[in-house]
Design a protein around this ligand. Structure first.
Ligand SMILES: [Zn+2]
Ligand SMILES: [Zn+2]
Length: 284
């Protein structure tokens, strides 16, 4: 007699669930801790002025960000059982033959570009008033994000985020190491985007070589008042193309890297108080 426990994804989770959780939780903790250590070092080196907002995240903010991130990691570990089942059954694909390092790196770059597009549109959709409360409100409880907000998602948002993996593997045969490298890249960039301190060099937006790569200021503005702007994750392409880049992004970046202070009233770039998000009406 078969039972629910014999359902292949659950059987896989019984054997490997702890390892899936350890990998996802481990990369979250390492990425957030490394970015936190970088911020600590910057402050010791006299770069404390690179803090983007005057407001400081409270202990309650930090606790919420960690607990919600653990919740998201549990969703990812659970979803991994279904992805592993998909690979075992051939629905999700691995290359049939050996691949070269060069072709794997091209595939990794393609996966990052595709994920940036997926993230932009999924993120923008979750800002729709009908979807915001269920999917994305919990993430925006962080008005002054810290690196520990990297996976601070409600369960529905975590499911949307993890859905990219089976979609990609369904379309593109991808070696396991490329998927793992992408997961590490993704959490690292996510922790950087929520750092609260600008990490990029001051010339970053002055040259076409780098200005298409997102900075911490870019995503910080999305949290602190530029609620309907700056949806992108890795690159600025989609925000520029769709006209959703924050109008004062470049000025805010320049202010932060040059050590300029916010106005005496603590107003953010959008004129919203740094402590009150522009989406307060949605948040009630
Ligand atoms: Zn958002
Ligand atoms: Zn965020």
């Amino acid at each position: 007699m078969t039972s629910l426990a014999d359902f292949p994804p659950l059987a896989i989770l019984r054997h490997h669930g702890l390892a899936f959780f350890a990998f996802d939780f481990g990369r979250y903790v390492v990425a957030a801790a490394v970015v936190s250590a970088l911020i600590f070092t910057m402050r010791r080196l006299g770069l404390g002025h690179r803090k983007i907002q005057q407001r400081r995240a409270s202990r309650a903010d930090l606790r919420r960000e960690v607990l919600q991130s653990v919740q998201a990691v549990l969703v990812y570990a659970f979803a991994s059982g279904f992805v592993a089942w998909g690979i075992d059954s051939g629905v999700l694909r691995k290359p049939e033959h050996g691949t070269s390092l060069g072709s794997d790196l091209v595939l990794l770059a393609a996966m990052i570009v595709a994920h940036d597009a997926y993230f932009y549109w999924a993120h923008r959709a979750m800002h729709h008033p009908r979807l915001f409360r269920l999917f994305h409100r919990d993430h925006h409880r962080s008005v002054t994000p810290t690196p520990w907000a990297a996976y601070s998602f409600a369960i529905p948002e975590a499911l949307v985020m993890v859905l990219f993996v089976p979609l990609w593997l369904w379309l593109v045969p991808t070696p396991v190491w490329v998927t793992l490298a992408w997961l590490i890249f993704q959490i690292t960039r996510n922790a950087m985007g929520h750092a609260g301190y600008e990490l990029m060099p001051r010339w970053w937006l002055s040259t076409p070589l780098t200005r298409w790569i997102n900075t911490t200021t870019h995503h910080d503005l999305h949290h602190s008042g530029g609620f309907n702007t700056n949806y992108g994750l890795y690159f600025t392409w989609w925000d520029r193309l769709m006209g959703t880049e924050h109008p004062r992004y470049a000025q805010e970046f320049a202010r932060v890297v040059q050590g300029g202070s916010q106005s005496a009233t603590g107003q953010s770039a959008t004129g919203q108080p740094a402590t009150a998000p522009a989406h307060a009406a949605l948040d009630s």
